[in-house]
Design a protein around this ligand. Structure first.
Ligand SMILES: Cc1ncc(COP(=O)(O)O)c(C=O)c1O
Length: 422
């Protein structure tokens, strides 16, 4: 007999990327530019080892890191992270209410909790186009519909277009079903784009004019992962137009330090929403792993975290350059386009003449044949609307392997161009 699943259970299907990865894993010779994993070689094993030694040598007190923690997370860590956020946004120490600050199992958990506590099946969340594809998977898993917002040519949300969309929703009677608006605001996955402060302001102003509250979820996962210069635009937490709106700001210590520790954090400006998320978190895990939190807390206290992050910035810039430089000449002469990111882990490519690059495409097959693997960009659009984009991640492979992967990618691109000529 088979288990009889709930509605939610029956709605689930294996994620596209897991399915694609499984195909790639069958071919160990394949080089993956797909997974958004971090650089293995630079993971801070020695720092973490020294911190664990410190715990081990501090007797009974040290042992408490192996005890359960609290649902919201370690108080000291929350205080450090709250101050860090206040510093980024220059909003003055102590301005963010500590009771609305919580530690999560990666920022992924906060995103899930946010949607779970805001949306019922059939509700709508407004997203940038393109957006973080695993967020689209959360929506799909919870039966929530993503609607893409109109975008400007520089990658910001088009405020006039958004106003029109909200007006349409009002007239069509579906405005109340729009529960949230999701922004990946710094060195975004997949585009590397930073949302401008002006764009955020105008989004806030538009949402303020509505009778129905639409919550804003600002995902700042890559805020600290700039290469040389940070993006100085303030987060929604610090902008006037969001003062009266429910805002959830999420970020993470995974990408900038150790992804395997899986520690993320969030601040929510709305009391009831925070409480609802905390209740669900309590039911799920009653607290993110205390040991992992204690390690990042100590790394932040000792300065290891910032030292590591500093060195990581040049590691990723070098990797980005290795991939970009190897692709640039051959691909741009064939009409491929992309912008050079100044932070994050991805190149976002547009193929020439609308060449389809989705998982079913000839190009995807040609890449697999050549021994390289990418994330088809259609996964980053609601209903896979756009099919000529590709996300390449340079986080995992070494610079030498990135060059080999680039050669293979170019080989597949050339093969397609030649077959189009025949
Ligand atoms: C935009 C974005 N948000 C959130 C996450 C979740 O990351 P984590 O759970 O490691 O904090 C990721 C991971 O790739 C991401 O790219």
């Amino acid at each position: 007999m088979k288990a009889k699943l709930s509605e939610l259970g029956s709605r689930q299907s294996p994620s596209d990327i897991t399915r694609l990865m499984a195909i790639a894993l069958e071919r160990p010779d394949i080089l993956s530019l797909a997974a958004g994993f971090t650089d293995n070689a630079s993971l801070p094993m020695e720092d973490v080892g020294a911190i664990v030694d410190e715990f081990a040598s501090s007797g009974v007190d040290g042992k408490s890191v192996l005890q359960y923690g609290s649902n919201k997370g370690r108080e000291r860590l929350r205080e450090i992270l709250a101050r860090r956020t206040e510093n980024f946004d220059t909003i003055g120490i102590g301005k963010l209410d500590r009771s609305r600050f919580f530690v999560s199992n990666g920022s992924q958990q906060s995103l899930y909790l946010a949607i779970q506590t805001l949306c019922d099946p059939g509700d709508i969340v407004l997203v940038e186009e393109p957006t973080y594809f695993v967020f689209l998977e959360i929506l799909s898993g919870l039966g929530v519909k993503p609607i893409g917002m109109p975008m400007t040519s520089n990658g910001d949300v088009d405020a006039t277009g958004l106003a029109r969309l909200l007006e349409e929703a009002k007239k069509g009677g579906w405005l109340a079903r729009i529960k949230a608006l999701y922004l990946v605001s710094y060195f975004a996955n997949p585009t590397g784009h930073c949302v401008s402060q002006e764009s955020k302001q105008s989004i806030g102003e538009l949402l303020n004019q509505l009778d129905t509250p639409i919550a804003v979820i600002e995902d700042a996962a890559y805020r600290e992962l700039y290469y040389k210069i940070s993006d100085n635009s303030k987060s929604c937490l610090a902008l006037d137009s969001f003062k009266e709106l429910p805002v959830l700001y999420t970020s993470t210590l995974t990408k900038p330090y150790a992804s395997g520790l899986k520690v993320g954090y969030a601040y929510c400006s709305d009391r009831e929403w925070t409480d609802a998320m905390m209740s669900v978190k309590g039911q799920q895990d009653f607290g993110t792993a205390n040991f992992a939190q204690a390690i990042v807390e100590r790394a932040l206290e000792k300065g290891d975290f910032d030292r590591h992050l500093d060195s990581l910035r040049s590691v990723y810039e070098e990797k980005m350059r290795a991939l970009h430089d190897s692709l640039f000449e051959p691909l741009s002469s064939m009409g491929w386009e992309w912008s050079v990111p100044s932070g994050g882990l991805y190149l976002w490519l547009k193929s020439p003449h609308g060449l389809v690059t989705d998982a079913e495409s000839q190009f995807h097959a040609a890449c697999l044949e050549a021994g390289v693997f990418y994330v088809p960009g259609d996964l980053c659009y609601p209903e896979g609307r756009i099919k000529d984009r590709i996300r390449l991640s340079f986080g995992v492979l070494s610079c030498d392997l990135l060059k080999v992967a680039a050669e293979r990618f170019v080989q597949a691109a050339r093969a397609m161009t030649e077959s189009a000529r025949v």
